[in-house]
Design a protein around this ligand. Structure first.
Ligand SMILES: Cc1cc2nc3c(=O)[nH]c(=O)nc-3n(C[C@H](O)[C@H](O)[C@H](O)COP(=O)(O)O)c2cc1C
Length: 418
């Protein structure tokens, strides 16, 4: 396996901060801000919110900044406020954001997806409650989702439309069109969202896919549509740019898609030119005996490690990785090639700079934009000259009895008292 984690690594620099080349795209470090739905798009398009939300992670020093799941077509959104990339206005709006992210030295990445049967609902705060005719009166009309089989995803959700063979073919063309728009939007990494219970995951898991044609049945049949999507996307996504695939390595509670299925899928995706598996889990529940994946720290790292080893595929580890030291250990152990953070980035958009400081990286401020780094170094210089607790009289009015000195930068500072 090509092992990007270890290539040219300088042992003096933490692996987390060692650049990584993927195809012709250079990641300045291994920190990825994971996709995070914002429920703040207007008619599918990003707004100033997205510029600020994504921009602050680029300013904070992340190597890769992901957009939220972005629907390839209007009916593939979860909510009326979800992101999409299905018209040319969206392209223009995303251009502004990718330009800004690139100007900070980060790589803009898009996660393309389709909600399938999980369309037509409210957002996360309302537990993805399906839209009703009541909501229509408030300007949020429900619509019918699509799926491999006409099975609702929850007891209160509507039954989705079962995609015909012809519609599956049309859907592949839609994936291609959205990918071309992602190219025009200036993204340098594209990720196909194949997990969390959304359309591609619905095809993969026997819980949602009861088809009897070539797109259902055994594992090869259930994987068919997903592989066709990967092939379609790869055919138009530039050959010099990396393609990622996010999968739920296992279903959720009572699931029927297991790790051996994901290993087989990852190997098949690798052969189609997918460069990395982003290892997530869950989003699809059933009545079987499979236990829910416990949400403990680093709960998905074992999936990244297993797929990396057994599918011969670079992986991304995500899920409650909060400490830079642990992120470094995961990379050093060869369990994953990239580390993603989501909630950690919300809490601390400058997580990369703080991680650099904690890992003892030389000049951690260099992770931030140059002029900001300059100001922080300057702050330290003053702090170090006057350690906390040193008694310095702050002049309220000129007091010629206090000895003052000019700093080399021309600031007039009182000398610390003995
Ligand atoms: C606000 C929020 C929105 C999310 N939206 C998406 C999404 O659009 N696509 C996706 O694949 N995962 C999404 N996730 C999952 C994250 O990408 C990530 O896998 C998960 O939060 C675990 O990482 P963490 O423990 O660092 O937060 C979202 C998570 C959060 C917190």
């Amino acid at each position: 396996m090509h092992n990007p984690s270890q290539t040219g690594a300088d042992p003096a620099v933490p692996l987390l901060f060692t650049p990584l080349n993927m195809r012709s795209v250079r990641l300045k470090n291994r920190i990825v801000v994971a996709p995070m739905c914002q429920y703040r798009s207007i008619d599918g398009g990003p707004t100033d919110w997205h510029l600020v939300h994504l921009g602050k992670f680029a300013v904070g020093g992340a190597g890769v900044v992901f957009t939220e799941e972005t629907a390839i077509e209007e009916r593939g959104r979860k909510t009326h406020a979800c992101a999409g990339l299905y018209n040319d206005e969206h392209v223009t709006a995303y251009r502004r954001i990718t330009d800004f992210i690139k100007a900070q030295g980060a790589v803009p990445a898009i996660q393309l997806g389709h909600a399938g049967r999980q369309a037509s609902c409210h957002g996360a705060e309302l537990g993805w409650k399906p839209l009703t005719e009541e909501d229509a009166k408030a300007g949020l009309p429900p619509w019918q989702g699509v799926a491999p089989s006409p099975i609702a995803w929850s007891s209160d959700a509507a039954v989705p439309h079962e995609l015909s063979r012809a519609e599956i073919g049309e859907m592949l063309a839609t994936w291609k069109q959205a990918t071309l728009r992602a190219v025009d939007s200036g993204f340098d990494i594209c990720e196909i969202h194949g997990g969390h219970g959304y359309l591609l995951h619905q095809f993969l898991s026997p819980l949602a896919n009861k088809r009897t044609d070539a797109y259902g049945g055994d594992r090869a049949g259930r994987m068919r549509f997903v592989l066709e999507v990967a092939e379609a996307v790869r055919s138009v996504w530039p050959a010099d740019k990396p393609l990622f695939f996010r999968m739920s390595v296992v279903d959720g509670r009572g699931g029927q898609w297991f790790i051996e299925d994901s290993i087989a899928l990852a190997a098949a995706l690798r052969d189609l030119g997918v460069d990395l598996i982003d290892c997530s889990s869950g989003g699809m529940n059933g009545d079987g005996p499979f236990p829910p994946v416990p949400r403990v720290p680093e709960f998905q790292v074992a999936y990244a490690k297993t797929l990396r080893e057994q599918a011969g595929m670079p992986t991304l580890a995500v899920g409650l990785i909060t400490s830079p030291q642990r992120a470094e250990v995961i990379l050093q152990a060869g369990e994953a090639d990239l580390i993603a953070i989501a909630r950690g980035a919300i809490w601390d958009p400058n997580w990369p700079a703080h991680a650099a400081a904690e890992l003892g990286k030389h000049d951690p401020y260099a992770v931030l934009p140059g002029d900001m780094a300059f100001r922080l170094r300057d702050r330290d210089r003053h702090r170090d000259s006057y350690p906390s607790g040193s008694k310095v009289d702050i002049p309220l009015a000129p007091d010629r009895s206090v000895p003052y000195s000019w700093s080399e930068r021309g600031e007039y500072w009182p000398a610390a008292r003995e």
